[in-house]
Design a protein around this ligand. Structure first.
Ligand code: 5RP
Length: 221
């Protein structure tokens, strides 16, 4: 099965979790784009939609789906998003698309967070995918030096400005043996807006598109 067929299949499988009158948070990326394209058929079930990026907002609006401001909504019932890497402990690396800050805000506000991936994203240990960190531009050199002290190799993402007007450092070869600890340490460097480790607030459910099936891993497994 080709990668897009897996993305479509896993996006479809997440629709089963959308309950009547749901406030839905929508992530960002090519997997979530399949989800967005399926939403018009379910729109009567959904009370409100909140988006994690300008890119997803545009796609939702192109389908005639109104996007609400999180400040007017309160809690999100269900947040659905992809990931760049995921472990069986439901820890994630996100931010390949640069939307990690708003994604983390939606995940934090969500009663339930479902992560949809294909099996190429599953790893035993996070960190092969370069870890994205959104940084305040005036602090990027300082933060890069702090990361080098942690034995990571920071590379500034070229010609890229986040929806929030910031820069991204992609960190190569960082040891992320303890994701919660690494997330906490990097969060505390002044000028860091968001680190792309999602371990303090992991996914609740991981849906994985395998060759012939959707594998489900939950925090109860
Ligand atoms: C965007 C993200 C995406 O969820 C992540 O990059 C996965 O994207 P895709 O579904 O295209 O592989 O974190 O910031």
């Amino acid at each position: 099965m080709n990668p897009d067929s897996k993305k479509l299949k896993v996006a479809k499988s997440s629709l089963d979790y959308i309950e009547h009158d749901c406030v839905l948070g929508v992530g960002t990326g090519s997997t979530v784009n399949f989800l967005i394209d399926l939403l018009p058929d379910l729109i009567n079930k959904i009370q409100a939609v909140v988006s994690s990026s300008d890119e997803s907002t545009k796609r939702l609006e192109a389908h005639g789906i109104e996007v609400s401001n999180l400040n007017n909504i309160g809690n999100i019932d269900l947040y659905i998003d992809g990931a760049d890497e995921a472990t069986k402990n439901l820890h994630l690396i996100k931010g390949g698309g640069g939307a990690l800050t708003r994604e983390k805000i939606l995940a934090a506000n969500a009663k339930e967070f479902i992560c949809i991936v294909d099996d190429s994203k599953i790893v035993d240990r996070l960190g092969k995918f370069p870890l994205p960190i959104e940084v305040l531009p005036m602090a990027q050199s300082y933060i890069a030096r702090e990361i080098v002290k942690m034995k990571g190799q920071p590379i500034l993402r070229e010609n890229f400005i986040t929806d929030n007007g910031n820069h991204i450092l992609d960190i190569h070869n960082l040891d992320i043996t303890n994701p919660i600890e690494t997330e906490t340490i990097i969060n505390q460097i002044p000028g860091v807006i968001t680190v792309g480790i999602f371990a303090r607030r992991p996914a609740d459910i991981l849906l994985i598109a395998e060759e012939n099936t959707i594998k489900i891993i939950t925090d109860k497994d």
